[in-house]
Structure formats: C-alpha cells, structure tokens
Design a binder for this molecule. Structure first.
Ligand code: AN0
Ligand code: CP
Length: 318
C-alpha cells in the first residue's frame, strides 16, 4: 500500500478484517518489520486517541516515532502558492513537506477541514500536498473529508459485536455547540457502504452530507423512525455541508440528543461514538454509561486499525 486516505486504499475489507483480528491476537507479530524505520506524525489539530493509538501501533511494529504539532513549536505554515509572505507565516508548506520527508519513512497527517472554502477542504488540499511533495507514503489521521483510521476501527468493532450477519447500523446527527467537520460521518458512511449492512443515516433537514458519501444509504429525517430495530447507533455531530451553509451550525436542538427514549425503540442497540464526546449534548450520561455503550472498546480498536495500516505501508516501501 502506498497511501491510506480512503476505504479504497485498503482493498478487500474481508482481508483487512482478518489481518486486524490476527494482529489483535498478537499485536507484536510484525515487530521486526519496522526496525530502523521512522514514522513522522504531523498534527495541525488537537488529538488524544489518534496520537496515542498511532504511536502505539508504530511501536508494535518496531518503528521509531517523531511527533510534530505544527501549532506548538513549529513555524506557522503558509499553505497557498503565490501568496506574498509578508504576514505571520514564516515558512511555506512547499518547503516544509519535502524537508519533513527527509527525516522519516512514513508520514501520518492530521489536518481538519478549515471551513473557509468548501473547494479547498473537499479537494483535500493539505494532505494531497503531503502525498505529492513528501516522497513518502502518507496516511490520514483525519483529513478534511475523511477519518479512515476511525472508520476502520468502527468496522472492526461492529464485526466483533454484531449478532446477525447483516446488522442495522444507524448514523445519527446529534447537537453540538461548535461547528465540526463532516470527516467522521463521511468516512463512516463510505466504509458502511462498502459492507452489506443495512445502513441508515438520520439528521435534521439542512444537514445533508455530500451525496458521494451518502451513496446508497437510506436517509430518514425522523430520528425515532430511523432508530426502530437498530443494532448499532453511531452518533456524531457535523456542521452543514450544503451550499452557502457550508461549515455552519444550523441547529442545537437537544431533541436529537441520544437518550433512553430513542434507545428504547432499537433492537437493544450498541451505542458508538468516535470520541471526544460532549455529554448531554450528543448523548446522555445514562446512555454512554450503559452496558450497551461500546465507546471504549471502539477507541481501543484504533490501535488495531493503525497497526494494520502502518504494517501495509511498511510492506509497500521500496
Ligand atoms: C473532531 C471532529 O469532529 O472531526 C475530531 C473527532 C475525532 N472533533 C472535535 O473537534 C470535537
Ligand atoms: N477519535 C479520534 O480521532 O480522537 P482524537 O481526536 O482524540 O484523536
């Protein structure tokens, strides 16, 4: 594998899942693979899980790891070509990227949507520059439109907990005070659409995702109706995608907060969320603490998805 930014990059999901379960049984099985190889993790945004689980994954594979927070201790980077650099950004990303590539074998990048321009975000301008100019295999640690390490961990988790071959999985929008990217829901939809699960998306009007991510999913505007008979509830907030509302918060209606009322109409569904989660905005204390909440094992699987992905990238090195 040469890069990992979307579901297509991982190829056959059954093979990827069997590799994940093999690694879960013995996470140090490939500890020789990364000897004397260096992973560079670049963060343009904050992180708890991605930072820890990806570093752990790289050490499972015997690698050395360097972590750089662009906004803490590095030069501020200009990202647009042609800009006269007389402002507060002393370095251009077009030099910074190839320099970073000199010190490592593989690069992980976290660069969220900035909500200034939908085109800039949806063209994946930042991570694509890393792919183009670093000379190294690059993987996404959440880019502008997708969070594939999260979605892969979500898939592993559903496979572990499902009781029927084709579970009903519901992605629900839930309220949040600040504008959040569409990367997690886009990516979750992309991965669910690559399975044969019964996949439903529910959100208030105005929160339609990019149709290319929605694909063949059923969209149901009535949250209670969507939840009926569900085996998995996957909650997430996102800001609007459509037109002039791109990046805006249109609603903070707490009727959409996942609580016992909604969970009662499901098929005793498991509750999932990528975390971090705002309690009593996205989900009530009672639901996130209940026996059916699998947010912690879901987060634990981030180590597994990252180990599979970095292993594949190591195997693809020339
Ligand atoms: C981020 C998001 O919604 O994309 C990261 C989630 C993994 N969440 C926040 O910024 C709160
Ligand atoms: N789920 C996730 O990616 O969490 P962090 O933002 O803490 O890395």
């Amino acid at each position: 594998m040469k890069k990992f930014t979307c579901v297509q990059d991982i190829g056959d999901l059954k093979i990827a899942l069997s590799e994940a379960f093999e690694i879960k049984k013995d996470r140090f099985k490939y500890v020789e693979l990364g000897r004397n190889k260096t992973l560079l993790m670049i963060f343009f945004n904050a992180s708890l899980r991605t930072r820890l689980s990806t570093q752990k994954a790289a050490t499972n594979l015997g690698m050395n790891v360097i972590v750089l927070d662009i906004n803490q201790g590095a030069w501020k980077l200009e990202t647009e070509r042609g800009v006269i650099m007389d402002g507060d950004r002393p370095e251009h990303i077009l030099e910074a990227i190839p320099v970073m590539g000199c010190y490592c074998d593989i690069i992980g990048v976290r660069a969220f949507a900035q909500f200034e321009s939908r085109d800039f975000d949806y063209q994946e301008t930042i991570i694509n520059q890393f792919i183009q100019y670093s000379g190294r295999p690059v993987f996404s640690m959440e880019a502008a439109t997708r969070h594939p390490l999260q979605s892969f961990a979500d898939l592993i988790t559903i496979e572990e907990y499902k009781k029927t071959p084709r579970p009903k999985v519901v992605l629900t929008w839930a309220p949040h005070p600040k504008a959040l990217p569409q990367a997690v829901p886009n990516s979750f939809a992309e991965w669910m659409n690559a399975t044969d699960y019964d996949f439903v998306i529910t959100h208030p009007k105005g929160y339609e995702l990019d149709p290319s991510f929605v694909g063949n999913a059923k969209v149901e505007y009535d949250q209670m109706k969507a939840f009926e008979g569900a085996d998995f509830i996957y909650a997430k907030n996102w800001a609007a995608y459509s037109g002039d509302n791109y990046g805006k918060v249109l609603s903070t209606d707490r009727e959409w907060t996942v609580g016992e009322k909604q969970m009662a109409v499901t098929n005793n569904a498991y509750f999932m969320h990528c975390l971090p989660v705002r309690r009593n905005m996205i989900v009530t204390d009672d639901v996130i603490e209940c026996a059916q909440s699998i947010v912690i094992p879901e987060a634990a699987n981030r180590e597994i998805s990252a180990t599979v992905v970095i292993k594949r990238l190591l195997e693809g090195l020339e």
